[in-house]
Design a protein around this ligand. Structure first.
Ligand code: IPE
Ligand code: IPE
Ligand code: MG
Length: 253
């Protein structure tokens, strides 16, 4: 897996996106529409994530990154926050063995210092148990914020006395183990990034859908991938240059 930001056209937009990132939004509204407590929506969100991981692996996605809990989500009512923490701990215990069997390698991305000792241990255990898996990487952004990530990377480089360059920052960031997302999906209808991958989404194709996260099924994923395939990824160039590059590549084959 590349440590560097991908060079333009490293991943052909005509193919399945190498790296898909998702803001899993809309759990609360899904529950409220059914007159259920918000936590029931989060529980259903875990089911939706399980389905999505499987569908992504089946389609050949190499990296899936999901936003599970933001730095700002601590501001929610205390019972929702503690419910989410409990849900995360339980989901880990329940899901990790199957993820390992399916070849999914887990990474938790976020500020661990803000989490309980038990949660930190559970995250480390999930990562260790799946360390040998090679089919797909699943990054779970938990207590994560894009601004936190940029700041912690800069602080780390400053501590080490290292030069601050785009490349060194990219490597020092919590997502330094994977290439940037090709496709960034947000469910739940909001048209914003909410402090998700601020640095890494520089050239991601953005896809917003009104579908609430618990309803995001295989067809919804296929619709997102189809939209991605229809995009032209120019990375600052113009269409004619892309056509010339593609023709040259074809001649070389
Ligand atoms: C996203 O769903 C899950 C988390 C932020 C943990 P929400 O809980 O934000 O659902 P809505 O946006 O209120 O419907
Ligand atoms: C973003 O959703 C965070 C996650 C999905 C984990 P939010 O529901 O917290 O975002 P805002 O508050 O609507 O921007
Ligand atoms: Mg929300």
């Amino acid at each position: 897996m590349s440590l560097n930001p991908q060079p333009p056209h490293a991943h052909d937009a005509a193919a399945v996106p190498h790296h898909v990132a998702i803001v899993m939004d809309g759990n609360g509204r899904w529950a409220q529409r059914r007159l259920l407590p918000r936590l029931a929506g989060h529980r259903q969100g875990v089911e939706s994530l399980r389905r999505c991981v499987k569908a992504c692996a089946e389609r050949g996605v190499q990296v899936l990154t999901v936003f599970a809990f933001s730095s700002e989500n601590w501001s929610r009512p205390q019972d929702e926050v503690s419910g989410l923490m409990e849900l995360m701990g339980k989901a880990l215990l329940r899901e990790v063995p199957q993820l390992v069997r399916d070849g999914v390698r887990l990474h938790f991305v976020g500020e661990r210092a803000g989490l309980s000792e038990a949660m930190r241990a559970a995250l480390a255990q999930g990562e260790a148990a799946s360390a040998g898996a090679t089919r797909m990487v699943l990054n779970v952004c938990f207590n994560y914020g894009g601004r936190w990530d940029i700041a912690q990377a800069a602080a780390r480089l400053a501590r080490e006395g290292a030069q601050i360059t785009e490349d060194s920052l990219q490597r020092a960031m919590a997502m330094g183990h994977v290439s940037d997302p090709d496709l960034l999906v947000r469910t739940g209808g909001e048209l914003r990034i909410s402090n998700f991958l601020l640095w890494q989404a520089a050239y991601s194709e953005l896809y917003f859908t009104d579908t609430l996260w618990p309803d995001f099924d295989e067809q919804a994923l296929d619709a997102a991938i189809a939209a991605y395939r229809a995009r032209e990824r120019r990375f600052g160039r113009i269409s004619e240059q892309l056509a010339a590059t593609a023709a040259a590549r074809e001649r070389a084959c």
